[in-house]
Design a protein. Structure first.
Length: 437
C-alpha cells in the first residue's frame, strides 16, 4: 500500500493532508478547553452549537465551492484555503466572547468544506490506475484515523509544558506546511466542457449523484454509517463515564479501539477490493455496523465495549472507504469536483440527522433504546441501498440515442450506431440512467 508514496505528487499531497489533520486535531482539543474557559459548565452547549455550525457549513458550502474548483487552478485554490484556515487559527487564541468562536468556526469550516472535496477530486487525476487509487483511499482513511488517535496524545504531551492557547500555534503551522507542500507540486486542473449557468454549475454534482443508481445506494450507506458512527462519537463518553463509572483515560482507550478497528480495515481493503465488488464490501461493512450498534444495547460492561468498538471501527472503514472508487467511475474528470462536493455535502447531511438523534435519545430515553433506534435506522438505510443499487452494476452500459442526428459527433465516436455501449456516466449527452431492457 505504501508503494504509491513513490509518486512525488501524491506523496506531497498525502503529507499535506496528514499534517493539516494533526493541526486540526490540536485545534479541536484547544477549542474544547477554550469553550470551558469561556462558558464553564455550559461548554457542552457551546461545543454542540459549534458542531452544528460545522455541519451546516459542510452541507451548504461544498456544492457552491465546487463551482470555483472546476474553474480555478486547483493548486492555487487549495493553497488559498489553507492560508484562510491558518488565518482563523491565528485569531482563535485571542477570542474573548462566545459569539466570536461561532464566527471563526463558520469561516474555518467553510474553508474546510471547500478544501476537502477539491483535494479528494484531485487524487484520481493523479492516480488514474484503479489499484493505486484504492490504496490511496485506504491511506487517506488511515490518515483520518491517526488524526483521531495521535492529535489528542500530542496535545496531552504539549499541555504538560504550554498553555492550551499555544496549541492553536500548532494548527497554524500545520496549515502553513500543508500549503507549502501543495505549492511544491503541479496539479491537473480539468476544464469544464462548456460554459454553464450559475444554477447548472451549483447543482450539477447533486444532479449527477442523484441520477446514478450506485450513488443513490451510496447515500443510503452514508446514512447507515452516520447512524452507527454517531453512537460511538456522541455517546462513548456516556457509556464509559456515566454508565460504567470510569475516567477520561478509559474514554480515550475506547475511542482508540474504534480507530484501531478502522485502521485494520483500511490496511485490508486494497487486497479485498481486488477480489470482491465494492457493493458487496460496503453492504457487508454497513451490516456489521448495524449488528454492532444493536449489540451496544446489551453491553454488560467496559470489557465488552472495547472489542465491540473495534468491530464497529472495522465496519465503519469497510463501509466508507470504497466510496471514492464509486465517485471516480461515476463522472467525467471535469465533473469530479462537483460530484465529490455533492458526496461531501450529502454525507454530512446524514451526520446532521444522526448526531442530534444520538444525543437527544441518549439523554431522554437512555443508551439501550438509543442503540436500538440507531440500529433500526441503519438497517432501514441498508435495505434501501440493496433495493436502489443494482447488484449487477457494470461500468459499461448499453443504451440508445434515437434522438440524435446521424452526423452527431457522439455517434461518430461509436461507429454511427444509435444503440451502443461504453463507460456510462451522467453528463450532457446522458441525462438519465438507461432502463434495463
Amino acid at each position: 500500500m505504501l508503494a504509491i508514496l513513490k509518486n512525488r505528487t501524491y506523496r506531497h499531497l498525502f503529507l499535506a493532508q496528514v499534517i493539516a489533520l494533526v493541526g486540526t486535531g490540536l485545534a479541536t482539543v484547544a477549542l474544547g478547553l477554550l469553550a470551558f474557559e469561556l462558558a464553564g459548565e455550559n461548554a457542552g452547549a457551546v461545543l454542540g452549537t459549534a458542531l452544528a455550525i460545522k455541519m451546516i457549513a459542510y452541507v451548504t458550502v461544498a456544492p457552491i465551492a465546487s463551482v470555483f474548483a472546476e474553474r480555478m487552478p486547483r493548486r492555487a485554490m487549495l493553497v488559498a484555503l489553507d492560508l484562510v484556515r491558518a488565518g482563523v487559527a491565528v485569531l482563535l487564541p485571542f477570542v474573548t466572547e462566545i459569539w466570536q468562536v461561532y464566527v471563526l468556526i463558520l469561516v474555518l469550516q467553510s474553508a474546510s468544506a471547500a478544501f476537502t472535496p477539491t483535494f479528494q477530486a484531485t487524487i484520481p487525476d493523479i492516480l488514474p490506475d484503479e489499484k493505486e487509487y484504492t490504496r490511496a483511499l485506504s491511506l487517506s482513511r488511515l490518515a483520518y484515523d491517526l488524526e483521531s488517535v495521535v492529535s489528542p496524545m500530542l496535545a496531552a504531551a504539549l499541555l504538560a509544558f504550554i498553555s492550551f492557547h499555544n496549541l492553536f500555534a500548532g494548527t497554524v503551522i500545520g496549515f502553513l506546511i500543508s500549503a507549502a507542500l501543495v505549492v511544491s507540486v503541479a496539479l491537473p486542473t480539468p476544464r469544464p466542457a462548456k460554459s454553464r449557468g450559475i444554477y447548472d454549475r451549483t447543482t450539477r454534482g447533486m444532479r449527477i449523484y442523484l441520477a446514478t443508481p450506485r450513488l443513490r445506494g451510496l447515500l443510503a450507506i452514508n446514512l447507515a454509517v452516520a447512524s452507527a458512527g454517531a453512537l460511538v462519537i456522541v455517546n462513548t463518553v456516556i457509556y464509559v463515564q456515566a454508565a460504567f463509572g470510569l475516567d477520561n483515560q478509559a474514554t480515550a482507550l475506547a475511542l482508540a479501539a474504534f480507530g484501531g478497528g478502522s485502521m485494520v480495515a483500511a490496511f485490508a481493503l486494497p487486497k479485498l477490493l481486488e477480489a470482491i465488488a465494492d457493493r458487496t464490501v460496503m453492504l457487508a461493512g454497513a451490516t456489521l455496523l448495524t449488528a454492532g450498534t444493536l449489540t451496544a444495547a446489551m453491553l454488560p460492561g467496559y470489557g465488552w465495549l472495547l472489542p465491540l468498538w473495534f468491530v464497529l471501527g472495522f465496519g465503519y472503514s469497510t463501509a466508507q472507504t470504497p466510496a471514492g472508487r464509486l465517485l471516480r467511475r461515476s463522472a467525467n474528470p471535469e465533473d469530479r469536483p462537483a460530484l465529490f462536493a455533492a458526496q461531501f455535502a450529502l454525507s454530512h447531511a446524514c451526520w446532521l440527522i444522526a448526531y442530534p438523534l444520538a444525543g437527544w435519545a441518549g439523554t431522554t430515553v437512555g443508551l439501550p433504546v438509543t442503540a436500538i433506534v440507531l440500529a433500526a435506522l441503519s438497517a432501514v438505510a441498508i435495505a434501501i441501498a440493496v433495493v436502489i443499487w443494482p447488484a449487477d452494476d457494470p461500468e459499461v452500459v448499453e443504451h440508445s440515442h434515437a434522438d440524435l442526428l446521424p452526423d452527431h459527433p457522439h455517434l461518430a465516436e461509436t461507429g454511427h450506431q444509435y444503440r451502443h455501449a461504453h463507460a456510462y456516466v451522467i453528463d450532457d449527452m446522458h441525462a438519465a440512467w438507461p432502463r434495463k431492457r
